[in-house]
Design a protein. Structure first.
Length: 256
């Protein structure tokens, strides 16, 4: 009965911080947990920071939390009551000024190292090619007008962003739990899948993966991982599926 009254009261004030205060004061025996995914996780973190002084027992959990959210000091101090969960290669939890600058530099450097035209290189989407046949080793690419222009641009951007990066360095907040892939199972093909689908190029088939939860720090997400799963790993259903799987495995272990 108490729970239904609390839910009804919260519903009438949904979206209002003042409403949250009123509900919490009316039901002091209830705990307060704020959760969210993606942009909702970022919102949950900011809301929790606003409420935590008034409700020190509050807890917050963000799934796929944006990587560039809090300064290091605040992110560290919130570790006792705030948790960020990141699934494997989730790109959103790695986005930030520094990681985007690094990715841009890596892409431009890779273009200057290309031996062949882009049409030929695109064949790597459907077949395996030796990297040495496609790209020059780093630092051994021949000089060209394009390479000189890229070098000049990257140097200019490094100088421009150096001070800005230090002033605005933002990281994942709180305690960070990473769901890390530990092994690949057998790839199961659906009827009609092509060889490229079997290689994981398209999403027609599904592979069985095993994940383990590991506590880490925001520094583990200082680079964007370019992979076929970087976007899919951010989807809420992927988080729900893998967390449910880990929960079932944990229950099996504790019963033994």
């Amino acid at each position: 009965m108490r729970e239904s009254r609390a839910s009804a009261s919260f519903g009438s004030d949904r979206g209002s911080v003042d409403g949250t205060y009123r509900v919490a004061q009316a039901y002091p025996h209830y705990g307060l947990t704020v959760v969210g995914h993606s942009l909702g996780a970022g919102t949950a973190v900011i809301l929790s920071l606003l409420l935590h002084a008034e409700y020190p027992t509050l807890s917050c959990c963000g799934f796929g939390t944006p990587g560039s959210l809090l300064d290091r000091k605040t992110a560290s101090e919130s570790g006792n009551w705030l948790t960020s969960v990141v699934l494997d290669n989730d790109i959103i939890s790695r986005l930030g000024l520094g990681t985007l600058n690094h990715l841009r530099e890596e892409v431009l450097r890779s273009i200057t190292r290309a031996k062949l035209n882009k049409t030929y290189i695109m064949r790597t989407l459907v077949e395996e090619l030796d990297a040495d046949d496609v790209m020059y080793p780093a630092g051994e690419e021949p000089s060209s007008e394009f390479k000189n222009a890229v070098d000049s641009f990257l140097e200019h951007m490094r100088r421009k962003n150096e001070s800005a990066g230090k002033l605005h360095e933002l990281v994942l907040p709180g305690r960070v739990i990473a769901l890390v892939k530990t092994s690949w199972g057998q790839m199961h093909q659906m009827r009609g899948c092509c060889e490229s689908c079997f290689r994981g190029v398209c999403c027609c088939c599904r592979s069985k993966k095993a994940y383990v939860a590991q506590e880490t720090t925001g520094d583990a997400f200082s680079e964007i991982v370019v992979s076929s799963s970087m976007a899919l790993d951010h989807f809420p259903d992927r988080y729900a599926e893998e967390l449910q799987t880990l929960s079932r495995k944990w229950e099996e272990v504790t019963r033994r």
